[in-house]
Each structure stands twice: as structure tokens, then as C-alpha cells.
Design a protein around this ligand. Structure first.
Ligand code: AMP
Length: 479
């Protein structure tokens, strides 16, 4: 096996790596670092959790030891799809760059421009940005990209999902053609391959795990549940309560609204939980994440966008409250646990409505996922498929005709389903006013109020380029 000292990194970097306690490079590091140090382009196919961040941060630090930053002319640029990922990359520069005196500027939405302007004015060696905020700075004339020597495009497949590709195209045009580009993506669908072909020059392709694979150390199970939200919430609580090894968990929902609903429900039932979604201000996100990392908050309810790539080394469980709409998201969610060879567990709540997306997931990961306690056929008949009889209107209208198996199993422990449904309804109602407040706060935030799509996770992720098909893809279709 290659050791860090054989990769060509500078002594300062090697010393910081040793201080971080790493003995051997991970496969993506062993593959990408020597190529990056030769100033060649890299196309890295690797998921988070594989040591991908250090695979570009370490060679960048070494290369940046020569030369100095000039005002408003950053030397290197890293594009990340979310603020959290950008902040994590900045933390990596602090950790591995502790022997360097580099100016690292984090340009993300949700924080004021002034501080960011000051950092740019001082001259940044490294700019770490979400695409929207970078373009805002560029449009305000605060940034000259002609000095950028290295461009890193991280999590390219997520950028595509979030509709950021047109922004990235614009940014890439501002950077000299002679730059070095390091491009990373967890999966390589044809659209991403097309982008890589366009952005990279004669790249070295480094693939560390087959795309769409899940770690062998993660125990995966699907759990049958009734389709109603209160039934799913009850199934989730049963799951949480019966997991003896549960230390902490991330619970994924498909929509921001479900994140908020589920959080309130869990808190109401006495669980210590926090939430992470795209509408939270940066300060609250950072505080919640820190509490989760420190173990003060064992449960984190999150949407895909907010949780993408979070570096939380020790998550024991992942619960999918909703089956992800895009099968690749399953791989990303599951990737939050079982990191660095540790054991992890992942449970996905599946209703009759989720048969198709579950099939897509099983196709993608090329295996069947076992059911925890019997498949969907073991549930009672679902009355929601048929129109409701009039007599069931009123406060117990949501009560299932027959309690699902999971609820029955829990019946002795839990309150009656109707009462629970009732309580949940109240929670949702109370939340409405705070959502109105939130939406007003959002409208006031000029960074969010732009037509460009950024840092959003309230809608299903657009497929492909969404409405923003880049010009180069339209060329052939005009005839
Ligand atoms: P990443 O894939 O960049 O999100 O990194 C995942 C985790 O692996 C982070 O907690 C890193 O600190 C850690 N890590 C990175 N490189 C190494 C290494 N060579 N040995 C052990 N852990 C590492």
C-alpha cells in the first residue's frame, strides 16, 4: 500500500496529515493526489466518506505554497452545492493547512456580504463557494477570476440535481482556459459525463467504488408501514425505540415541510431531535450540526440537500422516513452511516405507494433489501385507495380501518392511533403560523429572493437540467 510520504505532498502538509492521525491514504487520495500535484486534470468518482475532500485539499495546499494571492484575484476556486459542504471544506483547509498562512474565503449564501468582501479585498488563496453567491460577488464587480489556477467542482451530480449546471457553466467561462480542473462526482450518469468531457482536459479518471454501491458494513432493511403520515411516524418511533445499538441517527425526509412536521412530532413525543433544512439560517444550521456532532442531539431530521455530504464520522443509524424520489439519493443517505469501515444500520419506511421507487433503488444497488418484519402484504387492507365512507369523517377520519402490523406490535406501548393522529394534527396546525413567519423572513432575504435556483430543497429535485438546459445541449436540437 502507498504511504502518504510517497504521494509528493510537501513536508508542511505531511506534518498536518500526521497530526490528523491518518496513517495511510484512502484509495481516492492515493489515486488523485499524485495526478493533481502534476497539475493534471482529475475526474474522481467517489462518494463522501471516502476521504474525497482531502484528495483535493492536500495537493492544493502543496501547490499553493508557491506564489501569493492578490486583492480580488483568488488563486483557486472550489464549488460546492450546499453551504454545509462548503463550510466543511473550509474546515478541512483549517485542519490540513495549519502550517500554512493561506487566506481562505468562504462565500456562501445566508451570511452578510461585508465580511466576505473584506476577505476578497485582502486577496484569497482559496475561495470556497456555492455557485449562486459566487456569481453575486462577481456581478457586483468584487471578484476577478482571471487569476484562478485550480478549479474544483465537487459533488457534480448533486449540482446537476439542484439545477446549478448553468451557473457552473457561467463561472467556468470566467476562469482561464489554462486552469487545472479537479472534478468529483459520486455517480456518473451521462449528463455528468458530458459535463466532465466539456470541463476537463485529458483527465485521469479515478474511480474508487463502483458508482451506486452501498458500504458492506451497513445493515439495510425496509420496513412496511401504512401510507398515512401518522402511521409512518408511529412506525418510525417503533423503530427508534427498538434499536438497542442506536447512538445517533439521521432521519431523512423528501421535503422540507415533512422535515418540520416530523421534527415537531418527535419532540412532542419526547425525543431529543433537531432539524436541518435549506431554509434555516447559517447560524442555526451550524449550531444544530455541532450539537449533533457533540452527541447533545441524538436525532437529526434532514432533507437530502441539507444533509448531502455532511461529515459526521460516527452515525449509527439512518432512517428513511420517506423513500427517496431519486434512487441515487438512497446511496447518499445510506453513506452517512457505516463510514470508514464502522458498522451502521439503515432502515427505510416503505408504504404501498413506494413500490416503484423501492424497485429503482434495488435495481441501482443491484440487490434486494430485506424486510424487517414482513413485507407490505402483511399490512391490513389500506382504505385510502378507496373513497372514504362518510361516517368516517370527523376527528378520527385519519384512523386506519385496520392498524398496520407495526402499529399493532407497538400498541401496548403507544397511545391509541386516533388520539395520536389527533395530536399530530394539532402540531401541524400550530406550525402554520411559524411557517408564515419563515416565509416572510425569506422574502426579506435578497440572497434567496433571486430567480436563480440555489440552496433550495423544498421541491422535488428537478430531473436532469430542470428548466435550465445549457446552451451547448440545445445546439444539436435546433435543426
Ligand atoms: P470525506 O470523504 O472527505 O467526507 O472524508 C470522510 C472522513 O474520512 C472524514 O472524517 C475525514 O477526516 C476522514 N479521512 C480522510 N482521509 C483519511 C485517511 N487517510 N485516513 C483516515 N481517515 C481519513
Amino acid at each position: 500500500m502507498t504511504s502518504f510520504s510517497e504521494l509528493g505532498l510537501s513536508p508542511k502538509v505531511l506534518s498536518a496529515v500526521a497530526d490528523a492521525g491518518y496513517t495511510d491514504p484512502t484509495p481516492i487520495q492515493a489515486g488523485a493526489i499524485p495526478v493533481a500535484l502534476e497539475r493534471r486534470d482529475v475526474c474522481g468518482i467517489a462518494q463522501t466518506g471516502t476521504g474525497k475532500t482531502a484528495s483535493f485539499v492536500l495537493p492544493m495546499l502543496t501547490l499553493l505554497e508557491r506564489g501569493r494571492a492578490r486583492a480580488r484575484m483568488p488563486r483557486t476556486l472550489i464549488l460546492e452545492p450546499t453551504r454545509e459542504l462548503a463550510a466543511q471544506v473550509a474546515e478541512n483547509f483549517d485542519k490540513y493547512g495549519k502550517n500554512h498562512k493561506l487566506n481562505v474565503a468562504l462565500l456562501i449564501g445566508g451570511v452578510s456580504f461585508d465580511e466576505q468582501d473584506r476577505k476578497l479585498e485582502r486577496g484569497a488563496d482559496v475561495l470556497i463557494c456555492t455557485p449562486g453567491r459566487l456569481l453575486d460577488h462577481a456581478e457586483r464587480g468584487k471578484l476577478l477570476m482571471t487569476g484562478v489556477e485550480i478549479l474544483v467542482i465537487d459533488e457534480a451530480d448533486r449540482m446537476l440535481d439542484m439545477g446549478f449546471i448553468p451557473d457552473i457553466e457561467r463561472i467556468a467561462k470566467m476562469i482561464p482556459f489554462t486552469r487545472q480542473t479537479l472534478f468529483f462526482s459520486a455517480t456518473m450518469p451521462p449528463e455528468i459525463q458530458g459535463l466532465a468531457d466539456r470541463f476537463l482536459q485529458n483527465p485521469t479518471r479515478i474511480e474508487v467504488a463502483p458508482p451506486s454501491s452501498t458500504a458492506a458494513t451497513v445493515e439495510q432493511k425496509v420496513v412496511a408501514s401504512g401510507v398515512k403520515d401518522f402511521e409512518k411516524r408511529s412506525t418510525l418511533r417503533s423503530l427508534i425505540d427498538t434499536q438497542e445499538e442506536l447512538k445517533n441517527a439521521i432521519i431523512f425526509c423528501n421535503r422540507k415541510k415533512s422535515v418540520a412536521d416530523l421534527l415537531r412530532s418527535l419532540q412532542r413525543h419526547g425525543y431529543s431531535a433537531g432539524a436541518l433544512h435549506g431554509d434555516m439560517d447559517q447560524h442555526s444550521r451550524t449550531a444544530i450540526l455541532q450539537n449533533f456532532r457533540d452527541g447533545k442531539l441524538p436525532l437529526l431530521v434532514a432533507s437530502d440537500v441539507a444533509a448531502r455530504g455532511l461529515d459526521i464520522p460516527d452515525v449509527s443509524h439512518v432512517f428513511n422516513f420517506d423513500v427517496p424520489i431519486h434512487a441515487e439519493d438512497y446511496v447518499h443517505r445510506i453513506g452517512r452511516t457505516g463510514r470508514a469501515g464502522r458498522k451502521g444500520s439503515a432502515f427505510t419506511i416503505v408504504t404501498r405507494k413506494d413500490v416503484k421507487p423501492l424497485d429503482a433503488i434495488e435495481k441501482l444497488i443491484d440487490r434486494k433489501i430485506d424486510w424487517l418484519d414482513g413485507d407490505l402484504s402483511t399490512l391490513g387492507a389500506e382504505e385510502d385507495e378507496a373513497p372514504k365512507p362518510r361516517t368516517r369523517r370527523g376527528k378520527n377520519a385519519d384512523k386506519p380501518a385496520k392498524a398496520p402490523v407495526n402499529d399493532e406490535a407497538k400498541a401496548s406501548k403507544a397511545e391509541p392511533a386516533a388520539k395520536k393522529a389527533d395530536a399530530e394534527e394539532k402540531v401541524v396546525t400550530r406550525q402554520k403560523s411559524s411557517e408564515t413567519r419563515n416565509s416572510k423572513a425569506r422574502a426579506a432575504n435578497d440572497d434567496r429572493n433571486r430567480s436563480r435556483r440555489r440552496d433550495r430543497d423544498d421541491e422535488p429535485t428537478p430531473v436532469g437540467f430542470g428548466d435550465d438546459i445549457p446552451a451547448f445541449m440545445l445546439i444539436g436540437s435546433k435543426a
